[in-house]
Write a protein that binds this ligand. Sequence first.
Ligand code: APR
Length: 238
Amino acid sequence: MNESIQKLKDWIQESDNIVFFGGAGVSTESGIPDFRSVDGLYNQKWDYPPETILSHSFFNRYPDEYYRFHREKLVIEGVKPNRAHIRLAELEEEGKLRAVITQNIDGLHQAAGSKNVLELHGSILRAYCSRCGRKYPADMMNYGTDVPKCSCGGVIRPDIVLYEEPLNDGIMTSAIQYIRNADILIIGGTSLNVYPAAGLINYYNGNKLVLVNLSETPYDRYANLVIHEKIGEVFGQI
Ligand code: APR
């Protein structure tokens, strides 16, 4: 085990107030591509730029195009939690980890057994009518070929935060609270490119800011411990 991973392991052993903040890189070892890596979603060719498709105005104007992209690229069959998701759920069970704050919409933290998961960008496992708000099973949206419609005639949409949409105030406030009070903040699998999510890191007051990310991020220089390795492999050792 390398020195940095051993240090992270020692810090974790000594703490009962750890908070984890993660992104798409946590799920790549489960077979879900991230967004900005070379093979990430935003670097794949599609009829429109994916960031355009994943926006409020595009969804409202071209719901059929949106759903073609959603079913082709966001819904991936048979994905399972990897060692990062599983270890985080264990740390919560051991009373060491207080919260998982994720930008991911894949539900894999909950699938691994994590109970306190703050989904900043929502989840594709939940759907609702964009007109009357009625909730629907996600399958109605994630499978099929047409634009799913509510009994009121409205278009059914995923419970995710599209570009141009605000994040949930209550979830953001709660995330800030956990990070403000955290002894250790572990950030993993995120390029820290997208605000306001990335700005959460600024609320951390402690001296154990850990970054576990394959590539460099704009916050590396503020971290107390940086590990540029695969997060599933790192978490399999702590
Ligand atoms: N282990 C560690 N890091 C990894 C791994 C891995 N196995 N795989 C990828 N990474 C790193 C990449 O190097 C990259 O820096 O994870 C990061 C993923 O960054 P992005 O693709 O930008 O994903 P994310 O940070 O989650 O994007 C934030 O952008 O478009 C929005 O809503 C979308 O939630 C998303 C947000």
